[in-house]
Design a protein around this ligand. Sequence first.
Ligand code: PCA
Length: 208
Amino acid sequence: MTTMKLLITGFEPYCDYPVNSSWVVAEKAAAHSVDGVTVAIEQMPVSFGNAGFALRRAVEKHSPDTIIMLGQSGGSDKVKLERVALNMMDSKLPDNDGFTPDEEPINYDAPVALFTNMPIKSLCAAVEEQGVPVKISNSCGLYVCNRLYYEALMLCKEQPQMQAIFVHLPFYKGHPSTKHGKSTMPLSQMVRAIEIIIEKHNDENRKV
Ligand code: PCA
């Protein structure tokens, strides 16, 4: 029986959010053991300049066959499975290096958009079946999450045996940035969503 090597990433805090939902969920999901899956976890910088390098280093270190990237999407009321990464950086909100790109391509010689190579519809259905609010999203934004996702999908083109998907997460219930009526989701529900994705993906991979 082959073991699936999974890399989970989450982000460091950014902007004025003292914690990042994605890292809290990443740590908890990585602690859940699934038969036949080994899990590595790495924190990514909220930096247009460094996120791509950080991911490449993590991939060299762990040689994953699957990458599940997590990011915080404050204000969202659902877990969002991201279908596409765009070759574009644009933001009024500075990253953690103070950089605010103005419609800059990520890579001048690369495709305008890249799609996940994981079965996003069946993963979404599996999460929905378990009663977790979830949807497929066709825009990962143009901030650092999209930057990281684009890098991951470029890596999948270079190493086609590797698969990757990005998942945006709401604030968890009790997150310090949610005092003013922002949408939240119980932490346990978001962790469960990631566990379901891991289990479903592992089951599908074993069938082939
Ligand atoms: N969310 C941001 C970057 C880091 C994070 O957790 C985004 O959606 O781009």
